[in-house]
Design a protein around this ligand. Sequence first.
Ligand SMILES: Nc1nc2c(ncn2[C@@H]2O[C@H](COP(=O)(O)OP(=O)(O)OP(=O)(O)O)[C@@H](O)[C@H]2O)c(=O)[nH]1
Ligand SMILES: [Mg+2]
Length: 217
Amino acid sequence: MYHLLKGLHEYLTRKEEFSVIIIGLDGAGKTTLLEKIKTLYNETPGLDPSKIGPTVGQNTGKISLPSSIINFFDLGGQRGIRSIWHRYYDDCHAVAYVIDAQDRERLSEGWEVFNTVLSSPQTLNIPLLLLANKQDSPSSLSVSEIRQDYEDWDHRRRESARRRFGEDADAEMERKRERIASLDVLGVSGLDGAGVREAVDWLFLRVQNSRRDLADR
Ligand SMILES: Nc1nc2c(ncn2[C@@H]2O[C@H](COP(=O)(O)OP(=O)(O)OP(=O)(O)O)[C@@H](O)[C@H]2O)c(=O)[nH]1
Ligand SMILES: [Mg+2]
């Protein structure tokens, strides 16, 4: 009887698990952000920023929310490591793309890489959040400036594609444009934690909703 009740209790209180990948250029602040998430949500604090070096491979972190568990995979952003990102797309429930809002010189590189993520068919139906990191820094671009910079970059890219290849009326391009128009951008600081809870809430709500949408199909 005890085992039966224990099993029933475990079944009823079982939490759904979701996986979220954190990607973006090297130095964007992904690991610092993940460690801050651990500090905010877990009893054991994450690493101090001074102890964090460039990621070769991946870091993981698990947080427990009242009804769910989220497993984060922070993937190294150096050029040579980016080629492994796509291996995670099929099994993740959401993507957080981190941009360094302070590093104006690398914004275009960040958008180029972001564009390849958006262009991957595997990410098409997965919730995607753009995080404008390092908002603690006075020289960082704000959320609206980051969005504007991305839209300007995307406009230039489409114009140059049109000049080279003619009209870009294909459905693929149209879907990407819709996705960009509805893209959510949140400002965060992995260093001081500003906006981090809002970003986790966003991810949690979106993975729950997309799970429900799939169940309704
Ligand atoms: N001012 C400021 N600096 C930050 C913030 N987050 C990270 N940094 C700094 O940015 C640098 C890179 O941070 P990481 O977290 O190692 O960056 P990463 O994206 O994990 O880099 P890779 O592992 O190489 O892909 C470090 O010097 C961090 O202290 C932030 O929110 N604000
Ligand atoms: Mg890292």
